[in-house]
Design a binder for this molecule. Structure first.
Ligand code: LMR
Length: 402
């Protein structure tokens, strides 16, 4: 018999993880990371938000036990997340909810729930999308298909193509939508696109799974959640996955939740039980520290106002970076090719560069973008931005200005 691991097929990390590894291994001190989706401040650091530090101090001073909570996590956290993302849009009695270690596990648990309930369902994922959506659907063992999403020539949502592809979905299929700040494209549906999408999903009996990861980075917290809330008010059944990584800056503390809206209140209890069992068999109890920080912030008017103000500042910084990069690229390349950047929202845009250009940016200029040309605009600083614009102009073959 061969050894246990002798025939183990190698597991390739996804492109985001590969880029993180390559960046970490690059010895050039002035290399620029526009890869993984983390917020960075003007000094290039991913800060602990002030409200997070204050909440942590309070927890440290007051917490009397670290004994187990229930399998669903802290009910106070779940209620706070529900109010944050869904507002008053749903009847609470129809909701099942569990905490998870981060947004990825929320997607995992939501899709495990789908597989348990309807193993024949196909999961529809936008093309392009965050690579872990497809990877998790595959890991769960659900069939998946993609729907066209982006008009690459204009950097906008290809609404007609999206709707045409989703016409091919079967009743009961699950459609992953991103609530705001689409990853990787930065292009969000307009209000009209959302309305047309909702009408199609409704008519065809499709189940929305709305992934909420960048709340507050688009137009503002309430504005970013408005399309999701309209869907939640309209649909009998809907899944929501929430990440606390970006908008609370709690990346490594793994804060997430699944909210499952059931057709009738009587279904919420068995769904809650199934989600609890899915947690039990995956990691037993969800982590509590980050969730407690979020619940503490959202439950305290002063901390909440402070958090929201800092999040607003983060959003404004990324938006300002968009404008500054578009201007610098206009001047360096002498074209309006990158003007679309200012119409996008959130941390990401696809720059529309060719693989060879992206490779040159990395090897010649120490500039790290993902292979699909996704750039994290939050990674730009006043010092790096002119260099980035010059490097992009250089690989495009346009003369650099002095
Ligand atoms: C990203 O898209 O870069 C982030 O969501 C981080 C991750 O886990 O991939």
């Amino acid at each position: 018999m061969t050894s246990l691991f002798g025939a183990l097929p190698p597991a390739e990390p996804d492109p985001i993880i590969r880029l993180m590894q390559a960046f970490a291994a690059d010895p050039r001190p002035d290399r620029i990371d526009l890869g993984v989706g983390v917020y960075r401040n003007a000094a290039g650091r991913t800060p602990v938000m002030a409200a997070v530090a204050a909440a942590e101090a309070r927890i440290l001073a007051r917490q009397e036990t670290k004994g187990y909570l229930g399998l669903a996590g802290d009910p106070g956290f779940l209620a706070a997340i529900r109010a944050l993302v869904l507002g008053e849009s749903v009847e609470v009695a129809r909701l099942a909810a569990v905490a998870t270690p981060g947004g990825s596990s929320a997607i995992r648990q939501a899709l495990e729930l789908v597989r348990a309930a309807r193993p024949g369902a196909t999961v529809w994922i936008s093309d392009p999308s965050w690579p872990n959506h497809a990877a998790i659907a595959d890991a769960v063992g659900l069939a998946r298909r993609s729907y066209r999403y982006l008009d690459a020539a204009h950097g906008s949502v290809a609404a007609d193509a999206m709707l045409a592809d989703l016409e091919g979905a079967a009743a009961g299929d699950v459609v992953i939508l991103q609530a705001c700040c689409h990853n990787p494209s930065g292009a969000d549906p307009s209000a009209e696109d959302w309305a047309a999408l909702a009408a199609l999903l409704d008519r065809r009996g499709l189940i929305p799974l709305v992934d909420v990861a960048y709340q507050g980075f688009g137009e503002g917290l309430a504005e970013d959640m408005a399309p999701l809330r309209r869907l939640a008010a309209r649909f009998p059944e809907l899944l929501v996955t929430v990440s606390g990584s970006k908008s609370f800056g709690l990346y490594r503390d793994r804060v997430g939740a699944v909210l499952a809206l059931c057709a009738v209140a009587a279904e919420a209890e068995p769904v809650q039980g199934r989600l609890a069992t899915l947690n039990r068999t995956a990691f037993a109890f969800p982590p509590d520290h980050g969730a407690r920080v979020v619940a503490t912030i959202l439950g305290d008017p002063v901390l909440r106002a402070d958090w929201q103000a800092e999040l607003d500042g983060m959003r404004r910084r990324v938006a300002a970076n968009r404008v500054a990069l578009a201007e610098a690229l206009r001047s360096e390349t002498g074209t309006d090719r990158f003007d679309f950047l200012t119409g996008h929202r959130g941390m990401f845009s696809l720059l529309g560069l060719a693989p060879g250009e992206i490779a040159q940016l990395r090897s010649l200029h120490g500039l790290y973008l993902l292979g699909d040309s996704r750039a994290n605009l939050a990674g730009l600083s006043a010092a790096s931005l002119p260099r980035v614009a010059r490097a992009i102009a250089a690989v495009l073959g346009t003369p650099e200005r002095a």
